[in-house]
Design a protein around this ligand. Structure first.
Ligand code: GLN
Length: 452
């Protein structure tokens, strides 16, 4: 088997199923084939960790020479001029970039319905959403178009689509993977991570992309463990906490049942579990949407029609040019968040909203600290329900926001978490979420691998 065979297999699968699932925004066929040929022609090759593996990349990760649109009409014509650090790392691990993947515009959303270009469909049931915002990333892996993909997770955007599509999605500890070249949504929450078919692949990709980066001031200066070596299958004595807030009101009873079954399996492997409380969970969604929108309103100020992307054709003054470019370029969810964030940050409201939300964030972090003093991992569902039908929530932002209740606290606290499949309800996959201590990816990977 040559790398060219792998790449051709990937594109032929794409041509077979893409018309139905629509995971990609752009393909990279010429460059991918050339890269494959180069690897095949290497004499005495020294093989990278991800040698020859076809990869899909979420379209908010900067890829030199390739479109990087964030699924926004604003950046429809934008080609990245440099590689994100994760892309440089993938290149040195020798994976092949097959194309760029659809998402909710600027990663704001949980269903891919906010893409400025087209819908993406859940491969298990095409009438249902794939989740989001890394919907294209999840679908490309779940439908066999690529071997792995990269997504980004600000409030659940890797784990929730992984859960909805029946694959594995890992959000690393904040700071473990460089954000350099990730188009910022909410800089204090964003992390890049892998979406894969199984836990072992997740460990491989994490190994390739983790590590300190001087180009990202929030990058952690830590030694990277051997994630593959942590997949021992042995979880005897593992102490699991199950927050009652994660299996209570609002969680589909069938989803809960599958999580309880998973806990029995883990018990059978020698782990113990206890119910605990994370009492500030109910404030997480409100705090997140204030903080994430505040950061977004600042980060998205750079899209002014001058430096990147589209510029309106019909403006008579500079201010009008800014206003019209932004009005024409951004979709409605992005505008909603910019307005919410600008309001929360404006003088007179700052203390009441932004500062208050920061305090809630600290309380949520403290809830986790207390639980992790006695337990090794926290386990619950990844999302309260399975993937919903396309079109059923798009006009109801509040309901949409509440879908993120189980993933958001993890970002607010900066913790690592993985979603792995744990069964089906009515033909749609359910995800089990395993949350770890800061920088303890090895324990969540080991637990996930033992369960799988
Ligand atoms: N669904 C959440 C939001 O809309 C999470 C997004 C994300 O993690 N990028 O903000």
């Amino acid at each position: 088997l040559t790398v060219t065979d792998l790449v051709e297999h990937s594109y032929s699968r794409i041509h077979e199923v893409e018309g139905k699932v629509k995971a990609f925004l752009s393909l990279n066929e010429d460059q991918a084939r050339a890269a494959a040929k180069k690897l095949d022609e290497q004499s005495n090759p020294e093989r990278g960790l991800l040698y020859g593996l076809p990869a899909g990349i979420k379209d908010n990760i900067s890829t030199e020479g390739l479109p990087t649109t964030c699924a926004s009409k604003f950046l429809a014509n934008f080609t990245a001029v440099y590689d994100a650090t994760v892309m440089a790392k993938l290149k040195s691990a020798q994976s092949i970039t097959i194309g760029k993947l659809n998402m909710d515009e600027f990663a704001m959303g949980g269903s891919n319905e906010n893409s400025g270009f087209h819908l993406t469909h859940n491969p298990w049931n095409l009438e249902h959403v794939p989740g989001g915002s890394s919907g294209g990333s999840a679908v490309s892996v779940a439908s066999g178009e690529v071997y792995f993909s990269l997504g980004s997770d600000t409030g659940g955007s890797i784990r929730q689509p992984a859960a909805y599509c029946g694959i594995v999605g890992l959000k690393p500890t904040y700071g473990l993977v460089s954000r350099y070249g990730l188009v910022a949504f909410a800089s204090s929450l964003d992390q890049i991570g892998p979406l894969t078919k199984n836990v072992e692949d997740s460990a491989y990709v994490l190994q390739a992309i983790a590590g300190h980066d001087p180009a990202d001031s929030t990058s952690a200066k830590v030694d990277i463990p051997d994630y593959l070596a942590s997949l021992t299958g042995d979880i005897k004595g593992l102490r699991i906490a199950v927050p009652k807030e994660y299996i209570g009101k609002g969680v589909d009873p069938q989803v809960k049942e599958l999580v309880m079954n998973a806990l029995k399996v883990l018990e059978g492997l020698g782990a113990t579990w206890e119910e605990v409380s994370l009492p500030h969970t109910e404030y997480a969604v409100a705090a997140y949407y204030l903080l994430a929108s505040s950061e977004a309103s600042s980060n998205l100020a750079r899209f002014d029609g001058v430096r990147y992307g589209v510029r309106t054709d019909n403006a008579d003054s500079l201010i009008e040019m800014y206003r019209k470019s932004r009005s024409e370029g951004f979709g409605s969810e992005v505008k909603r968040r910019i307005m919410l964030g600008t309001y929360a940050l404006s003088s007179g409201y700052y203390d009441a909203y932004y500062l208050k939300a920061q305090k809630v964030r600290t309380l949520i972090k403290q809830d986790f600290d207390e639980v992790f003093a006695k337990f090794d991992v926290v386990i619950g569902p990844t999302a309260p329900t399975t993937a919903f039908k396309i079109g059923t929530q798009v006009d109801d932002p509040l309901t949409m926001y509440l879908n993120d209740i189980l993933t958001i606290p993890v970002n607010l606290a900066g913790l690592p978490a993985i979603s792995i499949p744990c069964g089906f309800v009515d033909g749609l996959p359910v995800g089990l979420q395993i949350i770890g201590k800061p920088l303890d990816e090895t324990t969540i990977l080991r637990t996930a691998h033992a369960f799988e």
